[in-house]
Design a protein around this ligand. Structure first.
Ligand SMILES: Cc1cc2nc3c(=O)[nH]c(=O)nc-3n(C[C@H](O)[C@H](O)[C@H](O)COP(=O)(O)OP(=O)(O)OC[C@H]3O[C@@H](n4cnc5c(N)ncnc54)[C@H](O)[C@@H]3O)c2cc1C
Length: 496
């Protein structure tokens, strides 16, 4: 597959930006409405923009291009529904490789993960309703537009959740979880607020799925749909995570990220965009499935962030002249182990992928129209391991770098005639390293562990895709612990 393929649907980065510039203004930043292509958002747009550039670059095409199972056309893998184990492997590898290029989150995986979840639940809900609903048809119609337009999707799953110990229908404010407030002949009206929606402010479409398992009385909260991100009735309040600008000692790539509170205020969704509206069992599976696909994405992005951390720690040791010290080797080994075990878990999850999901109390059962789902145990153990290690990785970088990342002078002081040469003289540690490279490097380390954006990235690495406790619940409820107890009883000679 190449972009020369006449049936290719690929957009260029410029076309993506042009599309954003035409959207209705509904994004608020610090009290003001902003354009989607505001300067503030450009580092984020450039980061996602790399997924369009990569689709045009023969170096990445084997991973980034896929063939649509709907139209047979060449599409960007970020709009693809996994048809095989190979698709799962390629998605994991694409994620790792592209994240390496931008030095962190590539930010387009929420769309593919949300789409894959909706594909399966809309199909199964129709099956349960024996032809009285058309959710799957709606989904496929939307998917074709998503693929043909090479659109960027984000996934709005996390609700504000109010009192954490109460279920959606027990909350004082029932809007604490997004819900249907009215059912009409031509669609539904929804209300609520989804939070921490990564890249919603630069996405073409928002895919909505429930946050959690639902009880039979929670039909109004079992809702899933997809709409353009500037749809009437939606307001976004965005936080933007950019690194400090540099004029002289520039970075090789300047990434960015955004997260939105996405507020649905009596928002009308026509039936043709609805993938679920009341089927509580499938709402719960939808919550589980988005999280599962997203944890599989983490088996690509977290190893890439591990790659960056390993490189940074190794360079910090070299620039400090301590590369041969015993504790450096020990810590590098620790970083490599976590990084590659996270990758190995994702690889195994892809290899064991099946069109099946785990149903509480039943076990793994066939689910969806035959599209592939990565193995849940391996997705969860991998994400939990790498997620919990985010702060340990920062600790190792802090240790090997020393205090310089926290107190390094601003760029202007290196350019000032009074202080510049003096600061260069006193920055010099390893004489084999050119001083300008050392300055860029220590500024980079500061970006990673001492900036506001570095802090956001760590919280995202820990909680994104579900906090470690969520993975621990998934692992312990789905793992066959009884089988292990039986092994021990047999060996120990215990007969019940
Ligand atoms: C940078 C970033 C990007 C993200 N991107 C997205 C995105 O694109 N789309 C999206 O939908 N979500 C996104 N998320 C949300 C992410 O999935 C959630 O942060 C995560 O699931 C945790 O939910 P929470 O933030 O509400 O924390 P909480 O669930 O409130 O967790 C706080 C603490 O409360 C505990 N707790 C919660 N409920 C209970 C309970 N019932 N019993 C006992 N203890 C409980 C938790 O274990 C935890 O210790 C993102 C998050 C971050 C930080």
């Amino acid at each position: 597959m190449t972009t020369k393929d006449k049936t290719s649907t690929l957009r260029t980065k410029k076309q993506y930006i042009d599309g954003l510039s035409k959207m209705r203004r509904n994004v608020y930043y610090d009290g003001n409405l902003i354009d989607r292509t505001d300067e503030l958002q450009m580092p984020t747009i450039n980061t996602i923009g790399f997924t369009f550039d990569a689709a045009q670059d023969p170096k990445f095409q084997d991973l980034v291009l896929a063939k649509s199972h709907l139209t047979g056309k060449t599409i960007n893998r970020y709009t693809h529904i996994h048809q095989s184990k190979e698709d799962l492997h390629k998605k994991q590898d694409m994620t790792r490789v592209l994240c390496q290029q931008v030095g962190g989150c590539i930010q387009r995986c929420m769309g593919i993960d949300g789409a894959n979840a909706c594909n399966a639940i809309s199909y199964e809900a129709d099956k349960q309703n024996k032809g009285s609903t058309e959710y799957y048809k709606n989904f496929l119609k939307w998917l074709e537009r998503f693929q043909e337009g090479d659109l960027v999707g984000c996934c709005a799953q996390t609700d504000v959740k109010g009192d954490r110990m109460k279920r959606p229908h027990e909350q004082k404010d029932p809007d604490a979880y997004l819900r249907i407030i009215e059912r009409k002949s031509d669609g539904i009206v929804v209300q609520g607020c989804k939070v921490h929606n990564s890249e919603a402010s630069v996405a073409d479409d928002i895919i909505v799925v429930p946050t959690r398992a639902l009880t039979p009385e929670e039909k109004d909260w079992a809702v899933s749909f997809a709409i353009p991100a500037d749809w009437e009735g939606i307001k976004q309040v965005v936080t933007v995570h950019n690194f400090r600008e540099r004029k002289h000692f520039k970075r090789g790539f300047m990434p960015g990220a955004t997260d939105s509170y996405t507020i649905f205020d009596k928002c009308f969704i026509p039936w043709e965009r609805v993938f679920l509206a009341g089927e509580t069992a499938h709402g719960g599976v939808g919550a589980l499935l988005f999280a599962l696909f997203h944890r599989h994405s983490y088996s690509g992005c977290k190893p890439a962030i591990g790659d960056v951390t390993i490189g940074t720690v190794s360079l910090a040791a070299e620039y400090n002249g301590i590369a041969k010290a015993g504790h450096v080797r020990e810590k590098l080994a620790e970083l490599i182990m976590v990084t590659e075990l996270g990758y190995a878990a994702g690889f195994t999850a892809s290899e064991l992928g099946k069109p099946e999901v785990y149903m509480p109390g039943i076990g793994f059962v066939p689910y969806g129209p035959g599209s592939y789902v990565p193995n849940s145990i391996y997705c969860n153990v991998g994400r939990c391991l790498t997620g919990e290690n985010v702060y340990r990785e920062a600790e190792i970088l802090c240790d090997i770098s020393g205090g310089i990342s926290a107190t390094f002078p601003h760029e202007g002081d290196f350019l000032n005639a009074d202080t510049g040469n003096l600061l260069k003289k006193y920055t010099m540690r390893n004489p084999d390293i050119k001083i300008d490279n050392a300055i860029k490097f220590w500024m980079y380390v500061g970006d990673i562990i001492c900036s506001a954006t570095g802090g956001v990235n760590q919280v995202g690495g820990y909680h994104g895709g579900g906090s470690p406790v969520m993975e621990q619940i998934a692992i312990t409820t789905q793992y066959n612990i009884q089988e292990k107890k039986d092994i021990v009883k047999r060996i120990a000679g215990i007969k019940d």
